[in-house]
Design a protein. Sequence first.
Length: 228
Amino acid sequence: MSPSRKWFRITSISKYWRTIFAEPLSLDFWIGLPEELNSRCATIYAARAAIPAEPKNRPSGSDFYRDLVTPGTLQRRTFTSPYGLNAVSTMNKPENRARDFVSFGGIGSASALAKFYAMLANGSKIDGRKFFTSDTFKLMTTTISDGLDRVFEIQTAFSAGFMKNAAKTERKLFGPSSNAFGHPGAGGSHAFADPENKIGFAYVMNQMEQSVLPNEKSLRLVDAMYIP
């Protein structure tokens, strides 16, 4: 064996998450839920039939929700779920909870998400351990794209791996700090880190709402944290 050759162990993202983050941080959060934990899961309920109002910062002439249900559109292709998982109720089945879908298969508590983001809000350090290098952490806080999103049809901004507050929008998803970063989830869930104010925030629910970005309920919780 050549001494210059590097060898890598390939593992699943769910095992990587548990080994590197969840177990050291004691996070009650899984990507691929063990069968024995199903009894702890809340039943997910689909959103009531309604179409929410279009965001005020959507450009004239756009209609995200129309595009979302139109075959062949970028929006429809982006949000189409894997075969057999096209209804919210299917995620209540143990066999689907056990599958390690990174994009929408995370299962856990709000406190676990908040603790993970609290670690990030503290410069990726917690309990005397540092989880990311300074260079990697800088990539999380630095905006690398900001403008009209071709999928959401509104102004969005992204760092490496996370969403950020867009410059040209009045409604701030992650509080007032330009350094805050995180990501909304389906149905109104929301989580982010605010390194400037040392805040880790998370909100989850089991009653889905018609929203692909944080709705007013979750954003009111964000606003409440920053009341002087």
